[in-house]
Ligand binder design. Structure first.
Ligand code: KG4
Length: 339
């Protein structure tokens, strides 16, 4: 619900090229606030991570996350404004993540996948659509054709587990601490990819769909069998082998998606986009197939509020995204289903 005055302000915002937006992000285990000018210039980007709090539970505990967002958010917002050298009154708008994520956590800061893609407009201000994108996080693994700031279509993606989720599960299975992805990556460097978990389904599927639950289960079964036999768990080799299989399939499927889209750029987004092996594999494919690969620095790959503010800027430009204080949190939002 919003009043006439809010609508008028929104019209002003739509036409302001250098609008200053405060973004707030609390969809999972990061409490973040950022101030961004004109959708691309980051004046501040503050992230208070709860990783240490959740590590002892081996994953994110929703109630603990929402309680800690409540505690951290006021100071994080203060810090974002202070660092940007701006007062709350000088802001043109406030943008919040309202889904997808953990409901308890979202209610504190009432994302959408689109924001992860928008992180690339910040790290590479010369970037403009069209391009193809791969969003790989704890909740999504999607291949997209981004034809304009607010226009995109799905080219493919996972039918079951997200890639980040599979990384996290493999980490837990071999006893690596949360967050799983970076620890599996580190461990993989010390191992050999000499275990074939999933010998079939290596080829790119016609509908560009992916699946990670089978691979994940194969790793779990492999480890359980060794445990039952009382044999040693080759942690590094498991991490290297899982990573190789997961990434081979993804980079081949992403390459086919870029070809079908007819674009000459592939933009990476989401937490898994920090993975060096994935970046390397895609850069190689790009070289071979004539497309460039862009990715943000790790701080913009993970959940952050600068991408939320950037996304809000481009939504507002197209007259989208106005919400009142009755905006409710959603645990799932279909891609492109943001207000
Ligand atoms: O986008 P993100 O920060 O949060 C949400 O999913 O909301 O992504 C987090 C996911 C986690 O599953 C994490 O294990 C994974 O990204 N991740 C990685 C790496 N860094 C983070 N996976 C593989 N390699 C990494 N270096």
């Amino acid at each position: 619900m919003y009043c006439e005055n809010t609508k008028k302000q929104f019209e002003l915002l739509r036409n302001k090229k250098d609008a200053v937006i405060l973004g707030i992000e609390s969809s999972c285990d990061e409490t973040a606030a950022a101030v961004v000018r004109g959708g691309k210039v980051v004046l501040s980007n503050i992230i208070a991570s709860q990783i240490e709090i959740h590590r002892r539970f081996g994953g994110v505990v929703p109630e603990v996350a929402s309680r800690n967002h409540t505690l951290a958010l006021p100071a994080v917002i203060d810090e974002a404004l202070k660092t940007a050298n701006i007062t709350a009154r000088e802001l043109d708008a406030v943008a919040v993540t309202y889904g997808a994520g953990l409901i308890g956590a979202l209610l504190v800061g009432v994302s959408a996948v689109e924001a992860h893609v928008a992180a690339n407009y910040i790290s590479e201000p010369s970037l403009t659509p069209p391009f193809a994108a791969l969003v790989a996080s704890g909740g999504h693994t999607l291949l997209l054709d981004i034809s304009d700031y607010n226009e995109y279509k799905m080219l493919g993606g996972t039918l079951d587990d997200a890639l980040g989720e599979a990384f996290d599960k493999v980490a837990r299975t071999v006893g690596l601490p949360y967050p799983g992805g970076p620890n599996v990556e580190k461990m993989a460097k010390e191992g050999n990819a000499n275990i074939a978990f999933f010998k079939h389904a290596k080829g790119v599927r016609g509908d560009l769909s992916l699946s990670y639950s089978g691979l994940k289960t194969a790793v779990v079964n492999y480890v359980n069998t060794l445990k039952q036999k009382g044999e040693e768990i080759p942690t590094a080799d498991i991490c290297a082998s899982f990573t190789k299989e997961a990434i081979e399939l993804l980079s081949k499927t992403a390459t086919e998606a870029v070809k079908r889209s007819g674009r000459n750029r592939l933009v990476l987004a989401g937490g898994v986009a920090s993975n060096g092996d994935l970046r390397c594999a895609l850069a190689k494919e790009g070289k071979k197939n004539g497309f460039s690969v862009l990715y943000p620095p790790p701080v913009l790959c993970t959940d952050n509020a600068a991408m939320v503010a950037s996304r809000a800027f481009f939504m507002a430009r197209d007259g989208k995204g106005l919400a009142g204080l009755d905006l409710n949190a959603k645990s799932h939002i279909p891609f492109g289903g943001g207000k």
